[in-house]
Design a binder for this molecule. Structure first.
Ligand code: SAM
Length: 343
């Protein structure tokens, strides 16, 4: 029950409770289902993404935990184990060592940051443009005891208030998909990374199987964009091209979804049941939906909460369909290096 109360009280993040309904209206209007278009989403990405995370963060924490991402998963591995291993994999690829200064781009409430800091003893700075998530992250860093070596910076990853050549390593987990333009974002990351050092990321992408002329594929893409606060999901090819144009040497890249023995979307698949991730199953989601309805009815959750819960449901359905058809991946991985000399 305390989880449900936390869900209700955190709903809306830093938005005034009485403004939540209109924030939901404004958020929905950015998207194709409600008459919005890609240009407006790109031009207003800060407003759209901040509204999205103010409205959805407490649902994410309730259903998913402190790390807001999917994971490559082995048979016999629990969802939680796979999420941690997916984070450790980044630390290993980046060769993180004690004392290194690392940047987490689009850090959420800092679940990966805390895990990677404890795993590697590196100092991690979480960069995020959402005030509510940063305040949650700071509380959780204190509870985890990593507040002396890890911190947060409230900033836009398209224009970071950070000096050139600052970090020993940089990673981004399922975050730079929110950028209105991948090249602009990768160039900023390139600028603040020290020469000779590495950048690794998991990107949300449409795969080569995505056909832009197929209406069904377009519908699934639009559902994911609406349900996840995205301007336009890029293809893996576009991301790779942007990375090279930004100046990076690509060491290796792969869609890890195609190598995952347990499909990454399984926890959201309504035909699947799991006790350990019960809140994500169809029964768990049905209970959450009705719980939110009841909490909104008695005034414990703000007006508009049910609509947030339903666009998140749409997102889950779009993600599962996109995953099954292999037209979408949340784990296009790359490891890239900023050359020592930029000639
Ligand atoms: C799906 S969440 C992933 C969070 C985190 N990496 C994790 O795995 O738990 C995407 C994150 O990107 C952040 N974000 C989106 N656009 C941003 C921007 N322009 N500048 C900084 N952070 C941004 C959001 O606020 C959110 O925290």
């Amino acid at each position: 029950m305390s989880g449900a109360i936390d869900l209700a009280s955190g709903l809306g993040g830093k938005i005034e409770k009485k403004e939540i309904r209109s924030a939901v209206d404004q958020y929905e209007k950015y998207h194709g289902h409600f008459g919005g278009d890609e240009e407006a989403r790109k031009a207003n990405y800060t407003d759209m993404v901040n509204k999205y995370y103010d409205l959805s963060t407490s649902f994410y924490e309730f259903g998913w935990g402190e790390s807001f991402h999917f994971a490559h998963r082995w048979k016999g591995e629990s969802l939680r184990e796979s999420i941690k291993r997916h984070e450790h994999f980044l630390a290993l690829q980046l060769g993180l060592k004690p004392g290194m200064k690392v940047l987490d781009v689009g850090c959420g409430i800092g679940g990966p940051l805390r895990e990677i800091a404890r795993f590697s003893s590196a100092s991690v700075t979480g960069l995020n443009n959402n005030d509510y998530q940063i305040s949650r992250g700071k509380e959780l860093n204190h509870l985890a005891g990593v507040h002396k070596t890890c911190d947060f910076l409230k900033a836009d990853f398209m224009k970071m208030p950070i000096a050139d050549n600052t970090f020993d390593a940089i990673y981004a987990i399922e975050a730079t998909c929110h950028a209105p333009d991948a090249l602009g974002c990768y160039k900023e990351i390139f600028r603040v990374l020290k020469p000779g050092q590495h950048f690794a990321a998991y990107e949300w992408c449409m795969t080569d199987a995505f056909d832009p002329n197929n209406q069904d594929h377009q519908r699934i893409k639009a559902e994911i964009e609406l349900g996840d606060g995205l301007p336009d999901i890029r293809t893996t090819r576009k991301c790779l091209e942007a990375l090279k144009l930004a100046g990076f040497e690509v060491i290796w890249e792969a869609d890890l979804a195609s190598e995952s023995p347990v499909p990454w979307y399984l926890p959201l698949d309504t035909s699947h049941f799991s006790l350990s991730s019960f809140r994500l199953t169809s029964v768990g989601r049905f209970i959450t939906k009705n719980l939110v309805k009841a909490l909104e009815f008695i005034g414990l959750a703000p007006e508009g909460s049910q609509r947030v819960s339903s666009f998140l449901e749409k997102a889950a359905d779009g993600l599962v369909e996109g995953g099954r058809k292999e037209i979408f991946t949340p784990m296009y991985f790359f490891l890239a290096r900023k050359p020592l000399s930029q000639s």
